[in-house]
Write a protein that binds this ligand. Structure first.
Ligand code: CDP
Length: 746
């Protein structure tokens, strides 16, 4: 059988990152019967350690401590069984060889830089190692760049500890907090959070008084948020006052990564100016002794965990290809039929579009689809089956998928690129770095010798950059700056950055925030800015929301619906064949609005919300993704709550569910314009559109309801480059509305 699993798009978890506007979901999609015979899978679950007849409260704890607590007695047997079953697997992880070193390092120093291969056990084990340390009297935070990873790690660690998770029980010791989903309880001791959520918490509590330790995971990905967290932590560890507050106990910080440049991180945290070696050399000098003691408090430990890596055979293409989806398809079946060994296939692609395209093709080849496959990517593959996991760079280091022996690497990823001249941020498909290519290859040799097929040539590899450029050097910085300002950092140019962004990018972002009225003319954060910073939204979307709450606009509930719909990956199902596309547009006719995508999304959310009898059937009828709509409703609920907390919305305010009038439409679009005024384009005499800001040629994306339409001017949410520049999330506006907004800014 061929089983196709689909992993979310790295970019789509954008909401916790600057200019983010989507939510990601990982799931396994389809399963098709096999046409191949082969040897059975060699993966087996190991036997439980515990004696089945033994009473629960005597089962073996990791270090005896678990076994004696009061909690123990109230843990249901099935959780204990699972915990005991997992224990030997945990102990076999390479990181267990370093447990004493890790504990000792943190006893001595406040900062530890820990590097180790993906899968060596860093994310799951380190928090558990720290939990019973004397200094650990409060909660441990572990950050993740992606929500999928935060949630799945929390689940896993809860299982390993024999604990409930998050909101399942007040006893739960493990929880997670991701945008629009908080699963923590009063007893949470280990909390996985996305980087964005930790930053949000830091706004409320700059000294992070609820935590004894913060573990920053996946630092090598160098998201903007991680760079901000590192800067804030550096100040906290050094005892620099944060918004007039100080911690009452030291904060322990663990920086973890698969490939990071260890020395740069060590130097960053340890800027005492003197290394351990030079200080101990002149030990008898009294001044030096003082200096030594001081340095000890901020000195940084390093630890390297050796991974287990089996050899991976490399296969490059002899000549470059443009159509790597096609090449990947051929390879998947070639491996499936010709390779004698069992093992799953992990394919690295660029995003949802290529993943869905290839998924469809694989399924067409392997007939007999079954759509009811639950989240099976972490489960062992059944005999004579291969899982085919289609993933973005999320599977490079962030999630470990067991059972993979074959990797197919397209050599590209979608990256955020800020084009400072145009003032626009866009997602571009670009070649990955050598270090990413090596990570991808490594996924094939985790459990046994494997193979990595690169859909590029050897010289293509040689031309790749060594490392991925940190996001902070290539993205729009307005969200980062707003976060800093809200956190009381006024002098952003002198913030401790691991890599300092170029001055003009900082200045552009400051200007953008000024245009949004998030900053005052003197550069301090404004009332509007403070409100925007409290939303897990980009400053632009936050501004749209704040605008909608103004009495003269009075369309907050409508705008919340639209923003909720914009923040999930696609509300409308992507259809591949022309026939299905036509069928879908016919079925969606009642939802489409000639004003464009925003009003169409509004109507879709409202009709869905009104549907009382069978929402799933409604979605099927309208070719709408039910899962996406469930997420929309969740985001909508939370945004409404947040607006109530900020007193932008009165509790119990009713929404007008009638088809939007012209006036209401104009108000909604005026709010969109208030945030997205930089993303506007006007119709040219030749029928093309050019941006008002920069005169850049842009076409309406085929996924838009305005595709092929000619209107006076458009406002859009994002720029996508695939061959040419496309505007996505588009509405028709009048040029004088645009001028009105521009006048109000100047
Ligand atoms: O952080 P690092 O990549 O070093 O390793 P980890 O995420 O702690 O994973 C260690 C092991 O735990 C993996 O090899 C998986 O076997 C298992 N794991 C899992 O089964 N489910 C998860 N959600 C995460 C990890």
């Amino acid at each position: 059988r061929v089983e196709v699993a689909k992993k979310g798009d790295g970019k789509s978890i954008k909401f916790d990152e600057p200019n983010a506007s989507r939510v990601d979901e990982a799931d396994v999609k389809t399963e098709a019967p096999s046409r191949r015979s082969g040897s059975p899978s060699q993966r087996q679950s190991s036997k439980p350690l515990s004696n089945p007849g033994r009473k629960d409260n005597k089962s073996s704890g990791r270090n005896g401590k678990l076994a004696n607590t009061k909690h123990q007695q109230s843990i249901p047997p099935h959780l204990l069984r699972k915990r005991d079953e997992l224990l030997p697997k945990r102990k076999a992880l390479p990181i267990w060889l370093k447990v004493d070193e890790i504990k000792a390092s943190l006893k001595k120093n406040n900062v530890l830089v820990l590097t180790g291969e993906t899968g060596s056990g860093k994310s799951t084990q380190v928090p558990q190692f720290l939990l019973n340390e004397k200094w650990c009297t409060r909660c441990i935070a572990i950050t993740q760049p992606r929500r999928v990873a935060a949630i799945s790690l929390a689940r896993r660690v809860a299982e390993e500890m024999g604990s409930y998770m998050g909101s399942q029980s007040p006893m739960a010791k493990v929880g997670y907090s991701v945008r629009f989903d908080n699963a923590t309880g009063p007893n949470t001791k280990i909390k996985f959070l996305t980087e964005g959520m930790l930053l949000q918490e830091m706004l409320r509590d700059p000294v992070m008084s609820q935590y004894s330790a913060v573990v920053v995971d996946e630092v090598h990905e160098r998201s903007v948020n991680v760079d901000l967290i590192l800067g804030f932590l550096k100040n906290l560890v050094a005892g620099v006052e944060q918004s007039g507050k100080k911690r009452d106990q030291p904060l322990k910080v663990v920086i973890m990564s698969a490939t990071a440049d260890v020395e740069a991180l060590v130097d960053f945290f340890d800027d005492s100016g003197a290394s351990e070696k030079t200080l101990s050399a002149s030990n008898d000098d009294a001044d030096m002794k003082d200096a030594l003691e001081q340095a000890v408090t901020s000195r940084v430990s390093k630890c390297f965990v050796e991974g287990r890596q089996f050899p991976v055979e490399m296969i490059h293409l002899p000549s470059p290809t443009q159509d790597w989806v096609e090449s990947a398809l051929k390879l998947i079946f070639q491996i499936h039929y010709k390779e004698p060994l069992p093992g799953d296939i992990l394919v690295f692609l660029t995003g949802q579009d290529t993943i869905e395209g290839l998924e469809k093709l694989v399924n067409d080849y392997a007939e007999g689809m079954d759509n009811e496959v639950p989240k099976r990517i972490f489960e062992p593959t059944p005999v004579r089956t291969r899982k085919v996991i289609l993933a973005t760079n999320i599977a490079e280091t962030s999630v470990t998928v067991p059972g993979v022996r074959y990797v197919i690497d397209c050599g590209k990823s979608k990256t955020k690129q800020f084009r400072s001249r145009l003032g626009l941020e866009s997602l571009l498909v670009k070649p990955i770095s050598k270090s990413a290519a090596i990570q991808r290859k490594g996924r094939a040799g985790r459990e046994a010798p494997g193979q990595c097929y690169r859909l590029y040539t050897e010289s293509g590899y040689a031309e790749m950059e060594e490392r991925t450029t940190p996001e902070i050097l290539r993205c729009d910085l307005s969200q980062a700056i707003l976060t800093m300002k809200a956190r009381g950092v006024n002098d952003v140019l002198n913030f401790p950055f691991l890599d300092r962004p170029p001055r003009d990018a900082l200045e552009k972002a400051l200007l953008h925030l000024l245009h949004l009225q998030a900053l005052t003319e003197t550069g301090t954060i404004s009332e509007i800015g403070l409100k925007i910073a409290k939303f897990p939204l980009t400053p632009t979307l936050g501004r749209v929301l704040v605008e909608a709450a103004k009495p003269e606009r009075d369309c907050l509930l409508d705008v919340i619906d639209i923003i909720s719909a914009l923040s999930v990956e696609n509300v409308f199902l992507n259809l591949v064949t022309e026939e299905r596309k036509e069928e879908a547009s016919e079925a969606r006719r009642e939802l489409y609005r000639r004003e464009g995508d925003h009003m169409t999304l509004l109507v879709t959310v409202q009709r869905y919300a009104e549907e009382q009898s069978d929402r799933k059937a409604w979605c099927i009828r309208h070719f709408v993704s039910h899962r996406a709509m469930q997420n929309v409703m969740n985001v909508r609920k939370q945004l409404r709550q947040q607006c109530q907390q900020l007193k932008l919305l009165a509790p119990g305010e009713e929404q007008d569910m009638k088809a939007p009038s012209e006036e209401r439409t104009k108000n909604v679009l005026a709010c969109m314009l208030r945030g997205f005024v930089a993303n506007t384009a006007r119709l040219m005499p030749d029928g093309s559109y050019k941006t008002l800001n920069g005169n850049q040629l842009v076409a309406i994306h085929p996924g838009s309801v305005l595709f092929g339409k000619k209107v006076e001017a458009i406002v859009f949410n994002e720029f996508v480059f695939t061959g040419k520049a496309w505007a996505r999330g588009v509405s028709a506006v009048q040029l004088d509305w645009v001028s009105e907004v521009i006048d109000s800014i100047l």
